[in-house]
Design a protein around this ligand. Structure first.
Ligand code: FCB
Length: 472
C-alpha cells in the first residue's frame, strides 16, 4: 500500500518537494481512445475507425468500440476524477461527432455531449483543458486527401471556431493539435497509424498542413476570445542522447525541432532539411504567408514526454534510417537501456529534467505544461480487488520529481497531467497496453483505482512529494 506522507514526515526531517502554489495537476485522455459509441448520435466515421476495421492494422483487430464506454459513463468518470482530487482534466473533442462529414453541417448531439462533460467537470471544480484534434480526422476529409490536402487546414479552423463558440464561455484552456509529428510521420510516413499511408512526400505535406491548421485555428480562437491566455499546441518530445554530437543534432532536429521551430516563428530548421534525404521538397507545399500564420503566438506549449532516444553514428555514412526518423543519413536509433516499460520504452526521469530545462530555454520564456507522461505495464486486479502497479507508481514519482528538479533549475513548467486517467485504446497496439492510473476491465467496464492513482492523488493533495523513495 502506498504510504501517506504526513506532517510527521516533515517533522522527522523527511525532505519534501513542494510545487509552486498554482501548479496544475491532473490526468489526460483522448476521445477515440476512451469514448466508444462510434456511431451514436450521428457521429461520422474517423480515419481511426477505418484503420481499425482494416485487417492487420491494429493488434488483435481491436477497434474503438466500446473502449471505456466513456460516452455513456462520463458522469461517473468525472466523479472518479473528483474522488482522486484532480484539479484539471485534459480531454479531446472528436471532430466527427461535431461535423460528421468533415465540414458544413454541425451535429448538435455531438456538441451537446461535450457541453455536458464540461458542465460536470466545472460542477466538480475540475478545470477542463480541451484538445481540438487528437488524431480522429473525419474519414470524409481523408477521402479528399486528408492532411495531404491543404484544404483540410481551413476545414479544421472552421471546426475549431464552431467548438470554441459553443464551449469557450466555460473552457479557457485550448489545444489545437495533439502531436502533429505523430499524425504526419506515423500516419503518412511509415503508416503504422491511420490513415496508414507510406509516402515520405505525403508526410511532409501533412506536417505542413497540420501546422497551418494549428495557426489558422489559433487565429480563429483568438478572434473569438481576444483576452484568452490559454491557447496552445501539444508536441511530443524526446531527449536525444548519444556520444556523437552530430548524430544527436540530426535526430534531435527531426524529432524535436522540426515542428516546434516553425511554431516559434523560426521557420523549418535548415539543418534538418539538409540532413534528410527527402525533406528538401518541403518548399513545394509552403505558400507565401504560411510561416507567419504558423507562428501565430501561443500562450503555452504542451509537452508530451515518455522516454529518451539513444542514437549513434553508423559505420556506413550512407546508411539511411527508416521508421519515424526516416531519411537521416549516417545515424541509427539504438535500443533503450536499463529498465523498460511494458511497451519496451526506456524509463529515464533524468532525461525528462534535461528536456524540460533545455526546452524552456529554447522556447524563450513560453510556459510549458506537461500534457502527457506515463507508462504502460500489464496490470492485473488481485484477488482483493486491488491493482498494485508498483512500476507505474515508481515511474510516476520519478518523473514528478524530475519536473520539480527542472523547475528548480529554471524551467517554467506550470502543470503535470498524467497519461492516462483510464486504460484505453492504445492506437495500433489496441487494448494491449495499459497506461491508466485507473484500471478498466473492458468486458465489464469496471473501473479500479490503481496504486499509482492513489499516489498521484496524494501528490496533488500535498502539492508535492517526498524527495526520495517510492512511497508518498
Ligand atoms: C501519445 C499519444 C497518446 C497516447 C500516448 C501513449 O503519443 O498522444 O494518445 O497514445 O502516446
Amino acid at each position: 500500500m502506498t504510504e501517506l506522507t504526513t506532517d510527521a514526515d516533515v517533522e522527522v526531517g523527511r525532505e519534501v518537494l513542494t510545487f509552486p502554489p498554482d501548479f496544475l495537476w491532473g490526468a489526460a485522455t483522448a476521445a477515440f481512445q476512451i469514448e466508444g459509441s462510434t456511431t451514436a448520435d450521428g457521429r461520422g466515421a474517423s480515419i481511426w475507425d477505418t484503420f481499425a476495421a482494416t485487417p492487420g492494422k491494429v493488434l488483435a483487430g481491436d477497434t474503438g468500440d466500446p473502449a471505456c464506454d466513456h460516452y455513456n459513463r462520463y458522469q461517473s468518470d468525472v466523479d472518479l476524477m473528483k474522488s482522486l482530487g484532480l484539479a484539471a482534466y485534459r480531454f479531446s473533442i472528436a471532430w466527427p461527432r461535431i461535423q460528421p462529414s468533415g465540414s458544413g453541417k454541425v451535429e448538435e448531439r455531438g456538441l451537446a455531449f461535450y457541453d455536458r462533460l464540461v458542465d460536470s467537470l466545472l460542477e466538480k471544480d475540475i478545470q477542463p483543458l480541451a484538445t481540438l484534434y487528437h488524431w480522429d480526422l473525419p474519414q470524409v476529409l481523408e477521402d479528399f486527401g486528408g492532411w495531404r490536402n491543404r484544404d483540410t487546414a481551413y476545414r479544421f479552423a472552421e471546426y475549431a471556431a464552431i467548438v470554441h463558440e459553443r464551449l469557450g464561455d466555460r473552457v479557457q484552456a485550448w489545444t489545437t493539435l495533439n502531436e502533429p509529428w505523430v499524425s504526419a510521420f506515423l500516419g503518412y510516413g511509415n503508416g503504422i497509424h491511420a490513415p496508414g499511408v507510406t509516402d515520405a512526400v505525403a508526410s511532409l505535406e501533412a506536417a505542413h498542413h497540420l501546422l497551418l491548421a494549428h495557426g489558422l485555428a489559433t487565429q480563429a480562437l483568438r478572434a473569438q476570445a481576444p483576452e484568452s491566455h490559454r491557447l496552445s499546441i501539444v508536441l511530443n518530445f524526446s531527449t536525444v542522447w548519444g556520444d556523437d554530437a552530430e548524430a544527436v543534432r540530426k535526430v534531435d532536429g527531426l524529432q524535436n525541432r522540426i515542428l516546434l521551430d516553425p511554431v516559434l516563428g523560426r521557420g523549418y530548421p535548415l539543418d534538418v532539411l539538409q540532413d534528410t534525404t527527402w525533406l528538401g521538397d518541403w518548399t513545394n507545399v509552403v505558400r507565401d504567408g504560411d510561416m507567419e500564420t504558423i507562428a501565430t503566438p501561443v500562450d503555452w506549449i504542451g509537452v508530451n514526454y515518455y522516454n529518451p532516444t539513444r542514437v549513434a553514428p553508423t559505420a556506413d555514412p550512407d546508411f539511411v534510417t527508416a521508421g519515424p526518423h526516416a531519411g537521416l543519413r549516417g545515424v541509427e536509433i539504438q535500443p533503450g537501456q536499463g529498465e523498460l516499460t511494458g511497451f519496451g520504452w526506456e524509463q529515464n526521469a533524468d532525461a525528462f529534467t534535461e528536456l524540460l530545462v533545455r526546452l524552456s530555454q529554447h522556447v524563450d520564456g513560453i510556459p510549458l505544461v506537461v500534457t502527457e507522461n506515463g507508462s504502460a505495464f500489464p496490470d492485473v486486479v488481485d484477488p482483493a480487488g486491488r491493482v498494485n502497479d508498483v512500476q507505474r507508481t515508481k515511474y510516476l514519482l520519478d518523473h514528478v520529481r524530475a519536473v520539480h528538479r527542472a523547475i528548480s533549475e529554471g524551467a517554467d513548467v506550470r502543470g503535470y497531467l498524467a497519461w492516462s486517467l483510464l486504460d484505453n485504446f492504445e492506437w495500433a497496439a489496441g487494448y494491449s497496453q495499459r497506461f491508466g492510473i485507473v484500471h478498466v476491465d473492458f468486458e465489464t467496464q469496471q473501473r479500479t483505482i490503481k496504486e499509482s492513482a492513489v499516489a498521484l492523488s496524494r501528490i496533488i493533495g500535498q502539492n508535492g512529494l517526498p524527495a526520495h523513495g517510492y512511497t508518498v
